[in-house]
Ligand binder design. Sequence first.
Ligand SMILES: [Zn+2]
Ligand SMILES: [Zn+2]
Length: 265
Amino acid sequence: MNLIDTHAHLQFKDYNKDRDAVVKRNSKELEAVINVGAAIDSSKGAVALAKEVPNFYASIGVHPHHPNQWDSKTLTKLAGEEKVVAVGEIGLDLHTYKPLRVLRSNELDDYPKPQLKDQTSMLHEQITLAIERNLPIIFHCRDAYDELINEIGQYKGTIRGVMHCFIGDANQAKRFLDFGLYISFSGNITYKGNNTIREIAKNVPNGKILIETDAPYLPPEPYRGKRNEPIYVKMVATKIAELKNLSIEEATNITTQNAKILFKI
Ligand SMILES: [Zn+2]
Ligand SMILES: [Zn+2]
């Protein structure tokens, strides 16, 4: 199947134990995989994988939760590496996480919650980098869709990109589409409670839809609770086909074509 996973993280530590095997089967089964950076280290990791594997590509960027790893000089250098096809994942994330685990008796895991102003300054610097390099942008957003729409309004007509793993509402989807962005859906489109996202996916024009896994996160049914892999993007394509009344081949061709156009691969 000539599917493309437009957003995965095979450089993450989740694959440290068996990365070679994972890379081998995923590169064999898929047309292409874009591994996406979320900080400097993981951007370097994505670039390294792209150098190693012919049909792997890289995106470089600093996620809004990692302002402490901000290094514009290194990021600019990485943007010039071969097979870097995008800047991302960048954006805004105002989700409040519940403490993930108790580290010691009364010490809670302090998941980073950077201030909006730290997030927006990184966002604008990275958008500028994308414009300079003529690269598309992979946007990440959680609980901040309206804020993100406001921040990027000034760039209308000057940037290209995708809103990855969309989980907003129909009105927000429309605003991103009007702006000119693609919208990408992940394995969570298969989850039982996500009717809103399915309804939105149904209405995204065929020329603007992308698919992804966000592996190792968000494994589609029936793999929930397990580690995700790019090959499971097939379940996302299958769901899109069902929603849009297409054959799986048609959904594959449409999403692959869109990925090739946006990322020039
Ligand atoms: Zn993300
Ligand atoms: Zn991601």
